[in-house]
Write a protein that binds this ligand. Structure first.
Ligand SMILES: [Zn+2]
Length: 289
């Protein structure tokens, strides 16, 4: 639900040339045609498109698929198409019902077809301090990657030298983050850039009096986060559309409402209600149980 707006804009201002993915796919198909014949190739090309689940994720591809398939609030047309294949979360052809204008089905499809996204779980920590009567929030989201693996970027520090610089995902806004989408990111174990979608499974909160509590997002919060991050951020980035939450342009806000509306009721006076977990965390920070 939260994204490194400034960082993303900077990175997207200077796009890297497209990797030669297309060429590799063609020779892969040709090779397969020679060895397996046209019918097998056709079957494979019709297979649902996938997003790789990172080996460090605490949820498998099948677990992520189940978060969508088993939640009755997720629309049937997504539940029926979601699945998994090995380490990939997959999405078959989406056929949303007519009679309503859908704002994210094409983006959701694009994210799964782009082949450039990875998915993993994350743990987050919110620390709220009292600074002379002013509450100061600091929230760190740590993706579950392989042991010792961290996301960041490589800087050229000399003629023959690059240095890895870690980029922690963090926010200082008074908000609860359930997912984060970070495009074009490398890790200290992988120079190649990929997009990373993270879904938060555990939130540790430390409030001003030092009391701490761990919260776990339930099925609705997780399903909304998965569809939000992939169907809005990863998908719109894959399509070259703006995905930043903006106060002046409602195109992203409209999609947020459409997806959020599957899970959260309308507030009297407009807009969607906050999730029960968000309310619980704010109440805890404010001094409640
Ligand atoms: Zn968002």
């Amino acid at each position: 639900m939260r994204h490194a707006q400034r960082r993303r804009e900077r990175e997207r201002a200077a796009p890297e040339p497209e990797p030669p993915r297309q060429a590799a796919a063609v020779s892969w198909v040709e090779q397969l045609q020679r060895s397996a014949g046209n019918r097998a190739v056709g079957r494979l090309l019709r297979a649902p498109a996938g997003i790789t689940v990172h080996s460090g994720s605490t949820l498998s591809a099948a677990d992520f698929a189940a978060k969508l398939k088993k939640n009755k609030k997720v629309p049937d047309w997504i539940r029926q198409s979601a699945g998994s294949s090995g380490a990939s979360l997959t999405m078959g052809k989406l056929t949303p019902p007519s009679g309503r204008i859908w704002l994210f089905d094409d983006a959701l499809t694009a994210a799964f077809r782009s082949g450039n996204w990875e998915l993993t779980t994350a743990k987050s920590k919110i620390e709220v301090k009292d600074n002379g009567g002013v509450r100061k929030w600091r929230q760190m989201v740590t993706p579950d990657l392989s042991k010792g693996e961290r996301i960041g970027f490589y800087m050229k520090t000399g003629p023959d030298e690059t240095t890895f610089s870690p980029t922690p995902l963090h926010s200082e806004s008074a908000e609860v983050i359930y997912g984060w989408t970070q495009p074009d990111t490398a890790t200290n174990k992988r120079q190649e850039k990929k997009g990373l979608v993270v879904i938060v499974t555990e939130i540790e909160v430390v409030r001003p009096d030092g009391k701490r509590k761990v919260f776990k997002p339930g099925p609705d919060v997780m399903a909304e986060a998965i569809i939000h991050e992939i169907g809005i951020h990863a998908g719109r980035i894959a399509m070259g559309r703006p995905d930043v939450h903006s106060d002046t342009d409602s195109s992203v806000a409209d999609v947020v409402e459409q997806i959020g509306g599957f899970f959260r009721p309308e507030r009297t006076g407009g807009g969607l209600d906050k999730s029960p977990l968000t309310k619980e965390i704010f109440a805890f920070v404010a001094g409640g149980k």
